[in-house]
Design a protein around this ligand. Sequence first.
Ligand code: UDP
Length: 483
Amino acid sequence: QGKGELLHIVLLPIMAHGHMIPVLDMAKLFNSRGVKTTIISTPSFSHPIQKAQESGHDIGLSIVKFPPEGSSLPENIVSLDQMSTPDLIPKFVEALALLQKPVEKILQELNPNCLISDMFLPWTTDSADKFGIPRLVFHGTSCFALCASEQMHLHKPYKNVSSDSEPFVIPNLPHQLIFTRPQVPPFDLQEEEDDFSKLRQQMRESVDKSYGVVINSFYDLESDYADHYNKVMGRKSWHIGPLLLCNKGGDEEKAQRGKESAIDEHECLAWLDSKKPNSVVYVCFGSMASFSHAQLHETAVGLEASGQDFIWVVRKGKNDDENEDWLPKGFEDRLKGKGLIIRGWAPQVMILDHPSVGAFVTHCGWNSTLEGICAGVPMVTWPVFAEQFFNEKLVTKVLRIGVSVGNKRWQRAASEGVEWEAVKTAVERVMVGEAAEEMRSRAKSFKEMAKKAVEEGGSSYSGLNALIDELSIYVPPKKQDIN
Ligand code: UDP
């Protein structure tokens, strides 16, 4: 890829693991095609980038301070997953905008040919214009969710229903997707404008003014929606994923894309090795979702009642909560050898890719969803917030490789409302019986498609080539053409 060698791409994620992890993968991917890459990151998110550098990836790292100068965020708030109270969100939004100056200083020094930046940083379109380079937007989600969210915003179908239990369909999409009002993000429902809705408007405008959108997915997974996005919504986009498949370095590399694991990885593999193929359910809700104690308790009872072996990741250290009153009495002793609880960060992709794992109970964050697809496992979908309720529909209704646990309510903090019987039933439905086998075999075929997409000649491989070619001959529009 001779042309790639002329390029230098700067990547700018926001401070959240679900945004940072795929950006690191993207840098590795561009790198593998000879493109020079630099990630702008903060001290607390630089560790996995340094690890990647140590294992031979030629990725540059430029550090910005976060919270930036002038921010009203407390100094100890360094990540989006610390947004425990609603008053922090406007401060976080303000802090993201304050990054403009330090980021532009770095761009001036690095003089790259392209900026790929997170959707939450709308000002980066202007920054890229200042330097005469294209800005590509990275949303970090499925094209499916982008389409559904846009049509929801345009048509507001939830306004036509009179109760929370009355279903509605999002119009104008390739499939009939049925929702209820409590599953709609609260910021869509509210009438008055706040800082976050202003940011979302700026984000939309900046996508329209940007050069295009890179998508961490592959065409065959959501072809109707890729076409809809380009032809109906008129956006220029490149499907270049699944990005995680650029990690070809085995278990160690798979385990080192995010934080340090809270479990010894060899111990975890040994536990999995002792199990039969497809016999373990892996349960994890990403880096941000939080459950009430009551919900954790119901989850534990449901998992035990399902009779399946499981690995359950709980975002709590033992010392956070000495009594652990959310666990049923004697739970861990009773389930010794059968259920493994990881308190803290799990080496998720390493676990999912192990042949003993037979299903994934997921919150449908897009990275997790895609990791489940690449592992070829059926899923229990348990969306909690963000765009997760959309991704659930992709998994259960379009791809038909999952069963919904039936969560009815979008909740940012201390989510609850799913009873243990629902957990037990959904887990059984993806693990046992003919329908489960059908889902598993469909999931395996998506896994194969994903692999093909990123191989030479595959759709994502070619998409990336096309993008590199375009960027190599990019000429900035004349100033008077920019409106
Ligand atoms: N992840 C992980 N270990 C954990 C929790 C999460 O490796 O214990 C990774 C997971 O593999 C995924 C990312 O963190 O790559 C979470 O992103 P996702 O979009 O699924 O959810 P979010 O955290 O943004 O809600």
